[in-house]
Ligand binder design. Sequence first.
Ligand code: AMP
Length: 399
Amino acid sequence: MNYANKKVLVRVDFNVPLDEDHHITDDTRMRAAVPTLKQLLDNGNAVIIMSHLGRPGKKRLPDGSMDKERFSLRHLVPHLSELLGRPVIFAEDTVGPDAMQKARELKPGQVLLLENTRFNEGEKKGDEALARALASLADAYINDAFGTAHRAHASTAVVAKFFDKDHKAFGLLMQKEIANANRIIQQAAHPATAIIGGAKVSDKIQLLERLLDFADHILIGGAMAYTFILAKGGQVGNSLVEPDKTQLALDLLDKAQQKNVDLRLPPDSVIADAISEDAVTLVSDSYDIPDGWWGLDIGPESAESYGSVIKQSKTILWNGPMGVFELPPFSGGTKAIAKAVAEATRHGAFSLVGGGDSVAAVNQLGLAGSISFVSTGGGALLEYLEGKKLPGIVAISGE
Ligand code: AMP
């Protein structure tokens, strides 16, 4: 990171949500990269920024071509310029003639934003020729895109091959993400509590297995709780479950018992006769949900008991909502957890919240400032916590 007077190629995660008129609706990811960009600029470097935006390869136009208007990084230029307090030059391509010429002419203190890396078919394939062309634009490479560190793409990992160890580094955001995740998996103060929610057990099995090694309490919420409850012989009505994962759920419960980990399921649930805002809702025993009803949030007793465990914890990890928090009648559990995590943090606990929905909940409640660290990574954070080697990290540090 301590480069001066160089041309530095920086991979950021500017994959921000845009509305129909291409206005940015949440600039968190852009703001997260600003410290790295400013430091490089203050040290007299010229900065070449690259990122992906959306899924142009998947969401194609009817004729099969990419929707280059919808997914263009051009839409980000005015806001980026405002955040950096200086003009931003835009290249119409990523490694084409426009990018090459503008990168060549770039002066110290200037900023060049390249067009969406995913407009190149080779990006997601980790194409070497594309990576080499990207590398040819600059003297040094910085990866500050933690959110895509689990992908071995041309701009996130392969490009680093073309720089020696003195000319590639993590950005400030990436350094913080790694240090904070390590604080959970290597240096957790006890009691350590993991709150895991979301839709599917299958997405989080490896994480749950890993958590058994260092958590004292695991609090389960979201739809995944009903797969566990079904496995234990409960009646879950129409709740979202993965029937083929019940054995796995039983194995996890067994392992938790062997390792003396307090793995909790929600004793009560907010249930409804439809997944909609105006559905009839009731509080029910989670093990006795009638047919025709869906368990859509943890109930008040669960929120209370989870909250008291959280408030006594010294280390807290939270990933995944406790219910269908997008709909107000089913957001109470997630909100209660967010408040408990914030309170524990105010009393000295270290808390890390990661994953789009839990971060959205914390932001909606204006509690982000009361959390020790709000991660910008969803899948990348989970894989890191699971103990996997992330290609974007290995490409820089070798491990
Ligand atoms: P994930 O991406 O696995 O963290 O899951 C997040 C999604 O799970 C959100 O869109 C929630 O609406 C959904 N979800 C959480 N709890 C439930 C539930 N009890 N039933 C159905 N969907 C749920």
